[in-house]
Design a protein around this ligand. Structure first.
Ligand code: PLP
Ligand code: COI
Length: 355
């Protein structure tokens, strides 16, 4: 149990006046959580302080070799206005899986959840109320030793910042266009693909710029060896409904084990769908499309929720999925997942945690 010292701001900021124009990740609340780690001492000095700039040595290791991790979850407002979290224990577990790969010290799961709850509680008035909005929670850890040698840092900072947000894609629930990247790759076997760490996102930018220039929202990555098998999208996992079955790439070590992905698999199985977690080649997708069996494509993620995919581009092929509008299963998943998150749909799996 952390002993969290709370210092409240004396100059609270004005909250966004128009919740329909929040966008994603642009506005930050009044407070943040910070805790330090020092080798030999462990995690210490848990505190909530006014949101402000941090001061670090220019030699801080995170700036040079990218030893850092981050998480993403959201606080939702329930029907009676109560703040709710969705499966924060899963973010705590994934934090430690990332930390292990990046040589960052482990963070007790209960401390992670306690810190998230505490800072959300302090800024709970910042959870927006409009449909489709929530308070995006960004926990992260950075290496802070001032040292230019390549080695694990001996000191770290764990911080949590909060951002009232709307839809991740400017298009909202309208289907997005996805670019299947056939040149750059995101991750390789034995690499850091399964970890939630900045390097994966830095490595994705060149392809993302290419996709944007081509008029597409995000990149769909192929495997790093044969560039043949589907992996995941820039900020979400990917699902296909092929001939009535739900198919998604297996967790091979090179994709992020998404919490929304896990929830969607559970829901689909519960509704009686056959769900296959396996390798899917681009050729299989094109074949399914050509024979009329590719019924729906959607991405899953905390920021993206359930995001229908309307078009997939691969080399010179542009596939329009279904009618180009949101599919039936995608809509049902969106309604159910957001309903559980907001407390309007019964939570039969016990995924909700009240703050
Ligand atoms: N894949 C990547 C690369 C992501 O950045 C995300 C977003 O967090 C996801 C998948 C979806 O994961 P989750 O559902 O846990 O948010
Ligand atoms: C999330 O969905 O929480 C993410 O971290 C996606 C992010 C890269 C915008």
């Amino acid at each position: 149990m952390l002993d969290i010292k709370i210092t409240k701001t004396t100059t609270p900021k004005a909250k966004p006046a128009d919740e329909s124009k929040l966008g994603f990740g642009k506005i930050f609340t009044d407070h943040m959580f910070i805790m330090n780690y020092t080798e030999g001492q462990g995690w210490h000095d848990a505190r909530i302080v006014p949101y402000e700039n941090v001061s670090l040595s220019p030699a801080a290791m995170v700036f040079h070799y990218g030893q850092e991790m981050f998480e993403g979850l959201k606080a939702y407002r329930g029907a009676n206005g109560e703040p709710r979290l969705f499966r924060p224990d899963m973010n705590a577990k994934r934090t430690n899986a990332t930390n292990e790969r990046l040589c960052i010290p482990q963070l007790p799961e209960e401390d992670f959840v306690q810190a998230v709850k505490a800072v959300v509680k302090v800024d709970e008035d910042w959870i927006p109320r409009a449909a489709g909005t929530s308070l995006y929670i960004r926990p992260f850890i950075i290496a802070t030793d001032d040292f230019l040698g390549v080695a694990p840092s001996k000191t770290y900072m764990f911080m949590i910042i909060l951002s009232p947000s709307g839809a991740y894609y400017a298009s909202g629930l309208a289907p997005v266009g996805i670019w299947i990247e056939d040149d750059y790759v995101r991750a390789v076997r034995g690499g850091i693909g399964f970890a939630k760490t900045g390097g994966n996102y830095a490595a994705s930018l060149a392809a993302q710029v290419k996709a944007h220039d081509g008029g597409y929202s995000q990149v769909l990555w192929l495997d790093g060896v044969e560039r043949k098998y589907i992996e995941e999208v820039g900020a979400m996992n990917i699902f296909f409904k092929i001939d009535g079955k739900v198919v998604t790439p297996a967790l091979s070590g090179s994709i992020l084990p998404g919490i929304t992905r896990n929830s969607v698999i559970t829901l689909c199985k519960n509704w009686g769908y056959e769900v296959e977690e396996r390798k899917i080649s681009v050729d299989e997708l094109i074949e399914a499309q050509n024979t009329g069996k590719l019924e729906e494509v959607f991405g899953t993620g905390t920021a993206a929720v359930i995001s229908p995919v309307g078009t997939l581009r691969y080399k010179d092929d542009v596939m329009t999925i279904g009618s180009g509008s949101i599919g039936e299963l995608s809509q049902k998943l969106y309604d159910t997942v957001t309903g559980i998150q907001n407390g309007t749909v019964a939570d039969e799996f016990g995924w909700t945690v009240l703050v």
